[in-house]
Design a protein around this ligand. Structure first.
Ligand SMILES: C[C@H](O)[C@H](O)[C@H]1CNC2=NC(N)=NC(=O)C2=N1
Length: 96
């Protein structure tokens, strides 16, 4: 099992991602996405779901109309690992 990134590694990874922030209580990184409407939001979620399933690593998320709130952590590791950073990058690429 991977270990959570330390504070310096996490800061470096976040500086390379736009819109993602660390939630220390949740020990997760998160980002909010907004789309034109529900159809656009759900299309995005579908793309993310397929990428997540392929990676074997999945978002904790919620959706309301055109909003998708995403939280990423590695549950087994109890924090944020490289797998979360990789998924965050993939999600950003799918947001278009
Ligand atoms: C059994 C299965 O591989 C695990 O539950 C995986 C699935 N997807 C996962 N996704 C995320 N984000 N964190 C995990 O720890 C995790 N664990």
């Amino acid at each position: 099992m991977a270990s959570p990134l330390d504070a310096a590694a996490l800061e470096a990874a976040l500086s390379d991602l736009s819109g993602w922030s660390y939630d220390g209580d949740a020990r997760a990184i998160g980002r909010q996405f907004r789309f034109r409407d529900f159809s656009e939001a759900f299309a995005f979620m579908t793309r993310v779901a397929l990428a997540a399933e392929k990676a074997g690593h999945h978002p904790d998320w919620s959706n309301g109309y055109n909003r998708v709130d995403i939280s990423l952590s590695t549950h087994d590791a109890g924090g944020v690992t490289d797998r979360d950073i990789a998924l965050a990058r993939a999600i950003d690429a799918l947001a278009g």
